[in-house]
Design a protein around this ligand. Structure first.
Ligand SMILES: Cc1cc2nc3c(=O)[nH]c(=O)nc-3n(C[C@H](O)[C@H](O)[C@H](O)COP(=O)(O)OP(=O)(O)OC[C@H]3O[C@@H](n4cnc5c(N)ncnc54)[C@H](O)[C@@H]3O)c2cc1C
Length: 262
């Protein structure tokens, strides 16, 4: 997706850019390629004229027909090529295929080249901040496309460490060839899977920016540790439940920790 801009608004401020072209687009699946045990890359062509995604946390909404109408699910634009191998614009979405439990994964588990998908967005882009001493990025499989965009956005500007978590032990391979990490990613995966313990071994200081995305319940203790124990100001944190065990269509705008909805 070329270069990812940093906020020019000033140290530690994250500029928000609204996009005029946030309309519904009809895409055609060109190919699918497995990336890790759970992540599959879906490459789309079609109506991508003017597609813009500038921020590492950007998301598109994909729409799926269900009995009572349409539902939307959020995905991160992983790569956009104005002219790709198909000679037209191409968008990559890297998706966790987790069986048949929801409309998005049901679509992804069956989709074959030629299938259509309707998307909207990104409606806006929140740029990466500048001015932090270092950054800690935390993600499970669903957050990996955004995590890779964060690494690229901060490369050469802010030293970045990454912690990956969840059941997919092959996740580090997703970052092969991605330059900009200060060290090999740490992994909290099955059967050990103690995310907090792995994070507490990281060098988090008063000058650290922390971004995290993944299963919401796993991130609640992380937020409590960062906010209550370490006392990091909320401007230093960008923590997002991207899905929640047992909840369909999680509203990611709702507070991550319902007991502390700040
Ligand atoms: C801003 C944002 C960006 C995102 N980017 C990506 C992305 O790039 N790639 C990606 O794969 N996902 C991404 N997600 C997560 C994705 O939107 C959710 O996983 C979504 O719930 C999938 O919808 P579904 O229809 O498959 O399942 P739903 O109908 O939402 O849920 C059905 C059941 O499946 C479970 N479930 C949902 N997701 C998972 C999962 N990953 N693993 C296991 N069980 C699950 C739920 O707990 C529920 O029990 C993103 C989410 C947000 C908010």
């Amino acid at each position: 997706m070329g270069t990812f801009p940093l906020s020019a608004a000033g140290p530690r401020v994250r500029e928000v850019i609204r996009h005029e072209t946030a309309r519904r687009r009809s895409l055609r699946l060109l190919s699918r390629e497995p990336l890790t045990d759970t992540l599959v890359r879906f490459t789309f062509g079609g109506d991508l004229e003017g597609f813009t995604s500038l921020g590492p946390e950007d998301h598109v909404k994909a729409f799926f027909p269900v009995a009572h109408g349409m539902v939307g699910r959020d995905w991160t634009p992983s790569e956009f090529r104005p002219v790709g191998a198909s000679s037209g614009p191409e968008l990559d979405l890297d998706l966790v295929v987790h069986g048949d439990a929801g409309p998005a994964t049901a679509w992804a588990s069956r989709a074959t080249p030629g299938d259509q998908l309707e998307i909207g967005g990104p409606r806006g882009s929140r740029l990466a901040p500048s001015g932090f001493g270092n950054a800690l990025l935390v993600a499970d499989a669903t957050g990996m496309p955004a995590l890779r965009r964060w690494i690229r956005a901060l490369a050469g500007v802010t030293p970045v460490h990454a912690v990956l978590f969840g059941d997919d032990e092959s996740l580090p391979g997703y970052l092969d060839g991605t330059e900009g990490l200060a060290a090999t990613p740490q992994v909290a995966s099955a059967p050990r899977y103690d995310l907090l313990e792995v994070l507490q071994a990281q060098d988090v200081t008063a000058d650290t920016f922390v971004w995290a995305a993944g299963e919401a319940n796993a991130l609640i203790p992380v937020r409590r540790w960062l906010r209550r124990e370490l006392g990091l100001p909320k401007e230093h944190l960008s923590l997002h439940g991207y899905w929640k065990q047992g909840v369909a269509g999680l509203d990611h705008h709702a507070p991550l920790d319902p007991s502390d909805p700040e």
